[in-house]
Ligand binder design. Structure first.
Ligand code: SAH
Ligand code: SF4
Length: 390
């Protein structure tokens, strides 16, 4: 992932470690795929002579040919283009998975000023709904109970595919697949969140009451420079509408601190928004300039220690809120999808609520993949603890 600076550095050090493999096995093949590959291309081959190939996200379906070429003695392959449409159907893993991710679209047309996704993932392309439905059907036949639909901006699904289902209509079709217990999706963009999608939470049986809606900043001045296309007030209205339709809905978000020009008062507005919404989970990041984006031309003028302080303040506030919300669930009975035995104690089992909270529970055994009711006794910082109800 090259969205932020830190994960990119991690990718380089991992490749560095894998290079040692070649000392033991000269036939080993090392390649980089994904967004770092897309962004750096040939530069990676020059920088790391033991690297054999570099494939961007738009070329990943050519991996079998690349490996055949390697066997034929070709080295140093670099392919980072984008073909029209989404890559042809990628194989579904044969091992049964309780929870599966299904990509419904790729790329992004939004060009938020800080974001590298549009340049490393290309323009927005949506997969045909028939293909998505067939893939989910095949997964469910192999034991999948929960699917998570993936896209950078799922609300605009199929905007370039005339006659295709809208995202809420696609969800309605998925909801009807027999044997599928849970559907989630990520990510939604506040500017494109429609009434129809919000209403789906009131009508679709298997749609989990969980919504990830990044807001990025609480100050309108910063949102404008980020080119997000909504205001703080519009964001808060979307949250209110979601809670009107689904009062128990769990809402999570992404937020950034230290965007160029973010002053104390801007950050105060971010903190206030977080306080007001009471998110169920918050992913907070320090801004880092990404080469080629609009904001990378602006001075990264927020000092590292200020970024750190702001991040710590947000994380502390969120920790308190998460604990408070988990405590509120004490005494309630939650539907839990069983995932296996608990990591903390072999005598307990573990699963997740529809809101995606981890629950460790005792009081009997349940089958993996089964939906059970659990009475919650303790709301902890990162999980819930309870007892099986039969
Ligand atoms: N499509 C999603 C987000 C994709 S990137 C959306 O629009 O919300 C995931 C998260 O990484 C973003 O929500 C943002 O909070 C963070 N991020 C993106 N670019 C960043 C940058 N340059 N510096 C720090 N965080 C960044
Ligand atoms: Fe990046 Fe998301 Fe904005 Fe697209 S919508 S540019 S992926 S932050």
């Amino acid at each position: 992932c090259t969205v932020r600076e830190k994960p990119e550095q991690k990718a380089y050090s991992i490749v560095g470690r894998y290079q040692q493999l070649k000392e033991h096995n000269p036939d080993a093949i090392i390649g980089i795929t994904g967004c770092v590959a897309q962004q750096r291309g040939e530069e990676l081959l020059a920088r790391m002579p033991t690297l054999d190939f570099v494939l961007g996200p738009g070329m990943i379906h050519h991996l079998p040919e690349v490996l055949r070429d390697m066997e034929g003695g070709r080295k140093g392959i670099c392919a980072v283009g984008f073909e029209n449409g989404c890559p042809a159907h990628l194989p579904v893993p044969h091992t049964p998975r309780l929870r599966a991710y299904v990509t419904i679209m790729q790329g992004c047309d939004n060009f938020c000023s800080y974001c590298i996704v549009p340049s490393v993932r290309g323009r927005e392309r949506s997969r045909p709904s028939s293909e998505i439905l067939a893939e989910i059907d095949a997964l469910v036949r192999r034991g999948t109970k929960e699917v998570i639909l993936l896209g950078q901006n799922v609300n605009s699904y199929a905007k370039h595919n005339p006659g295709e289902l809208t995202f809420p209509r696609l969800l309605a079709k998925i909801d009807e697949i027999p044997g599928l217990e849970r559907v989630r999706f990520t990510t939604s963009h506040p500017k494109d969140l429609t009434k129809e999608l919000i209403e789906a939470f009131g009508t679709l049986e298997h749609l989990c009451e969980h919504f990830h809606l990044p807001f990025q900043a609480g100050s309108n001045a910063v949102l404008e420079r980020m080119n997000r296309g909504y205001t703080r007030e519009q964001y808060l209205t979307q949250i209110r509408r979601l809670r009107e339709v689904a009062p128990q809905i769990s809402i999570t978000a992404d937020v950034m601190v230290g965007f160029p020009g973010e002053v104390d008062d801007d950050f105060r507005q971010t903190l206030e928004l977080v306080q007001e919404v009471e998110f169920d989970g918050l992913f907070s990041f320090k801004y880092s300039p990404r080469q080629g984006t609009r904001s990378a031309q602006w001075q990264d003028d927020c000092a590292p220690e200020v970024k750190q302080q702001r991040l710590a303040a947000l994380q502390e506030l969120q920790r308190e809120t998460t604990l408070k919300k988990n405590k509120r669930l004490e005494g309630t009975v939650q539907e839990v999808l069983v995932e296996g035995s608990s990591r903390n104690s072999p005598r307990m089992m573990m699963g997740r609520t529809g809101c995606n909270r981890i629950v460790n529970f005792s009081g009997g055994t349940a089958r993996v993949g089964e939906l059970v009711m659990v009475k919650i006794d303790d709301g902890l910082q990162n999980s819930l603890r309870g007892e099986l109800r039969r």
